[in-house]
Design a binder for this molecule. Structure first.
Ligand SMILES: Nc1ncnc2c1ncn2[C@@H]1O[C@H](COP(=O)(O)OP(=O)(O)OP(=O)(O)O)[C@@H](O)[C@H]1O
Ligand SMILES: C[C@H](N)[C@H](N)CCCCCC(=O)O
Ligand SMILES: [Mg+2]
Length: 231
């Protein structure tokens, strides 16, 4: 029974793809996995969104989405503009605890970066991690600019005394440029946490079976072990 919050340095960095890769990896290791997306924006009711992509790529069967707002905005902004109720921190904590009670690992994917407001009273995915005493995995872009984004995210986690379990590059280029190659070396010093995975670019296509089969090779095995044995 363990909860891992998957956040990122921003939107579109590959949180959903990394969550799917991790779910596939844990399932291949015989663990039961659930995934919660507290608030989904930018999709119409019933349309396939992040959880559907995770199901497609990983084969996970247990997923929970607590709120959905059609405009592609931060959840609290989208809720306000749509005149729809905002999800609350208590609802998220309760839903994740329920999943955690019945699964080996529960993954929680935020929306956008760490401090994006998910709902009522401006709570963020950092608050979710703090309330659940869960570590945060940070998904990051590979190239120029990511050192600063990762350092800011690490600092925001440390300020709230939330554990950063590591960084994963969401889409690692086939031909990494100079900045991407240097970033791999510099990220641990800049953030105080290790780079614990790299998902190669282009892998989230139609071949879901190929994705799931290759996923375990994208993460550091020792780090994976720590995820599987926590609690
Ligand atoms: N390693 C990868 N291989 C193939 N496609 C990728 C990879 N990483 C990201 N993408 C693509 O980039 C886009 C953004 O990725 P993703 O949806 O995972 O971002 P996100 O961080 O989850 O964004 P959001 O904040 O909206 O949840 C998607 O179209 C996704 O398929
Ligand atoms: C719609 C998009 N794909 C995300 N789910 C929402 C990202 C909100 C980002 C807000 C911000 O940081 O400015
Ligand atoms: Mg996503």
């Amino acid at each position: 029974m363990s909860v891992l919050v998957v956040s990122g340095t921003s939107t579109d960095v590959g949180k959903t793809v990394v969550t799917a890769a991790l779910a596939a990896t844990l399932r291949a290791a015989g663990r039961s996995v659930a995934v919660c997306k507290p608030a989904q924006t930018g999709e119409a009711p019933g349309a396939p969104a992040d959880l559907a992509e995770i199901v497609r790529l990983s084969g996970v069967t247990e997923t929970v989405e607590l709120a959905r707002y059609p405009e592609p905005l931060a959840p609290d902004t989208a809720a306000r503009r749509a005149g729809m109720p905002m999800v609350t921190l208590a609802q998220v904590v309760s839903a994740v605890r329920e999943l955690d009670a019945h699964h080996d690992v529960t993954l929680v994917e935020g929306a956008g970066g760490l401090l994006v407001r998910l709902g009522a009273d401006g709570f963020t995915v950092r608050d979710v991690a703090a309330a659940l005493d869960a570590p945060v995995l940070v998904v990051a872009a590979p190239g120029l600019g990511t050192l600063n984004h990762c350092a800011l995210t690490a600092e925001a986690l440390a300020t709230a005394r939330v554990k950063c379990t590591g960084f994963v590059v969401g889409s690692w280029p086939q031909r990494p440029d100079l900045a991407a190659r240097c970033n791999l070396h510099d990220l641990p010093a800049v953030t105080g946490s290790a780079v614990v995975g790299r998902v190669p670019e282009g892998v989230a296509g139609p071949d879901a079976a190929g994705f799931a089969a290759a996923a375990p090779t994208w993460f550091d095995p020792e780090w994976l072990e720590s995820v599987m044995i926590r609690r």
